[in-house]
Every structure is written in structure tokens, then in C-alpha cells.
Design a protein around this ligand. Structure first.
Ligand SMILES: [Zn+2]
Length: 56
């Protein structure tokens, strides 16, 4: 999944533009994805809940 946000290499501001930075005209790049995705957290949480539920 691609991020809608782009980040300027020069001033490090975020923008929705894809061609160039609206603030300084610098080059844009896709920011790094977050280290943990909320989706994965839910999977772990549900897994734990299931294990607890199966204990006698
Ligand atoms: Zn900029």
C-alpha cells in the first residue's frame, strides 16, 4: 500500500503533492513506512485472546 504523503528531501516537510515540494521546491520521496502496523498488532492480540480462551 502506497502512502499518499510525500516528504521533502530538503526541508523534510510532508505534502500531498507528488511532483515537488510546495514549500521549497525540493525533491520529494516516499517516507519510510511505520515500523509496526496496527493490523499486525490486532493479529497478535486476537491470537493471545484465543490462547487464553482455550485454557481450562
Ligand atoms: Zn521542501
Amino acid at each position: 500500500m502506497k502512502s499518499l504523503l510525500m516528504r521533502c528531501r530538503e526541508c523534510r516537510r510532508y505534502t500531498l503533492r507528488r511532483d515537488k515540494c510546495p514549500y521549497c521546491g525540493g525533491e520529494l520521496k516516499v517516507p519510510h513506512p511505520p515500523r509496526y502496523s496496527p493490523h499486525d498488532r490486532y493479529v497478535v492480540y486476537r491470537l493471545k485472546a484465543k490462547l487464553v480462551g482455550e485454557q481450562p
